[in-house]
Design a protein around this ligand. Structure first.
Ligand code: ZN
Length: 170
């Protein structure tokens, strides 16, 4: 499938090509964020299995910050080199400010109703509300249904304290 065909076809009712490949930082830096056919197919599966059913449930296009990231964009935004975003298999949803659902409720709903690989509560505030919710789905292989909480911690590396993201299972 060509990029023009991806653009024309989109990912169904709830997500078009521009939204799925948008990266504010990547665009500002002039980086390409075009998925390959395999990445695009993974994105379609994630939308079909998780994102579209969520939007259907809430009857609302849930806002997301980051979906597909090319390796260059992923590096720029400091994503893990093994990030599922690079494969087109993860999306970062943020319900903050919507009113009818918040990120804690979104996590609970996904956990109870979906098969997923990882569901990550990203950097919760002091009330436990995640800044955003990362959810991934593997098109092939086992989906582990891991639920994790991400936090920043200082970890000693080569004698120096460096800020690292730590993932605690919950
Ligand atoms: Zn993410």
């Amino acid at each position: 499938m060509t990029t023009a065909e991806m653009r024309a076809q989109g990912l169904g009712k709830w997500c078009n090509y521009a939204e799925a490949t948008h990266s504010t930082k990547g665009e500002a830096a002039g980086l390409d964020n075009t998925p390959t056919q395999v990445q695009w197919e993974n994105m379609q599966i994630l939308v079909d299995r998780i994102y579209a059913p969520l939007c259907e449930h809430y009857l609302f296009r849930l806002p997301f910050d980051s979906f597909f990231r090319s390796p260059a964009v992923n590096k720029l935004v400091g994503g893990s080199s093994s990030s599922a975003h690079v494969l087109g298999q993860a999306i970062d949803i943020d319900c903050d400010g919507l009113g009818f659902v918040d990120n804690i409720q979104l996590v609970a709903y996904i956990r109870a109703n979906f098969i997923f690989d990882q569901l990550i509560l990203e950097f919760p505030d002091k009330n436990g509300k995640p800044s955003w919710v990362h959810v991934s789905f593997r098109a092939k292989g086992v989906n582990r249904k891991q639920v994790l909480r991400a936090r920043k911690a200082l970890v000693k590396k080569n004698g120096k304290l460096v800020e690292t993201t730590v993932y605690d299972p919950i």
